[in-house]
Design a protein around this ligand. Structure first.
Ligand SMILES: [Mg+2]
Ligand SMILES: [Zn+2]
Length: 131
């Protein structure tokens, strides 16, 4: 199910880029990408449009993609499901860009040393509690 998005589907844009005229690039499946790489890539591809749209509009698109992920989890093909995970990651990253959040730093600070609730590498918080 395609998003009625003002941006092209982010996963499609990335796949096209990978399959394009750069034969030296490894295939998408073999290429590692850090959160920092991804946040920079999203900013490069969509930053101007994203800043213009702002936080409320971007949050709406993010939630739209979360809805598509929900649908794909129930009835999507493996390819559709993978694409929706990529879309949610892309729109979450877009939201971080618009909100001026460094995702790499945010993740490292909160989760880089283990569970933020109990400080253990393997969480020992009571069941059903997750920070
Ligand atoms: Mg989608
Ligand atoms: Zn814990």
């Amino acid at each position: 199910m395609p998003a009625p998005s003002p941006n092209p589907e982010p996963s499609t844009a990335i796949a096209t880029r990978t399959a394009g005229s750069s034969p030296s690039l490894p295939s998408a499946a073999d290429r590692s990408i850090t959160f920092r790489d991804f946040q920079n890539l999203i900013a490069q591809m969509y930053g101007a449009k994203d800043d213009k749209r702002g936080i409320p509009g971007t949050f709406m698109w993010f939630m739209e993609e979360v809805g598509e992920l929900s649908t794909a989890l129930r009835e999507g093909t493996p390819e559709e499901l993978a694409g929706e995970f990529a879309d949610v990651a892309a729109w979450l990253t877009t939201l971080a860009n618009v909100a001026n959040i460094d995702l790499t730093l945010a993740i490292a600070q909160k989760y880089g040393s283990g569970c933020p609730g109990c400080q253990q590498l393997v969480c020992r918080c009571p069941p059903e509690e997750k920070p």
